[in-house]
Design a protein around this ligand. Structure first.
Ligand code: 2BA
Length: 109
């Protein structure tokens, strides 16, 4: 059995939830926040048989889109006297950030 942990952008949460439900894949969502952009995202937890891993990864990649976000650049930490003009920098976010772990023991109590 595998545990899949996936951090997904807020905009993709409903679509991914519907797709997992249609595929009969059990999941739990936890509201979360990205440490860098400080935007809301969702963390999906799924425990699945090994043979379903490929199908779950496909559902994730089809339903989680890559997007560009903009964040203000930071002044240099090394030279505080340097002239600093704040300007937005582009970062690519997603589709999903996924960790797959082996489950040693599973027992619904
Ligand atoms: P955030 O931490 O808000 O990061 C959003 C996006 O900003 C990242 O997209 C990445 O493109 C960029 N980014 C993050 N840290 C950066 C930095 N120090 N310098 C420059 N750019 C940076 P993704 O890599 O697709 O990550 C999306 C979200 O997944 C992250 O939101 C975070 O919530 C989670 N995540 C990604 N990698 C993680 C990790 N190794 N451990 C825990 N959570 C992670």
């Amino acid at each position: 059995m595998k545990a899949v942990v996936a951090v997904v952008q807020g905009q993709d949460t409903v679509r991914l939830s519907n797709a997992l439900r249609s595929g009969g894949i059990p999941f739990t969502t936890i509201d979360s926040t990205g440490g860098f952009l400080r935007e809301r995202n969702s963390t999906f937890l799924m425990a699945i048989p090994d043979e379903n891993l490929e199908a779950v990864m496909e559902v994730l990649s089809k339903n989680c889109l890559t997007r560009s976000e903009y964040v203000s650049s930071y002044p240099s930490a090394f030279d505080p006297t340097e002239f600093y003009m704040p300007r937005p920098i582009e970062v690519q976010v997603g589709g999903a950030t996924v960790w797959t772990l082996d489950v040693e023991h599973y027992e619904p109590l």
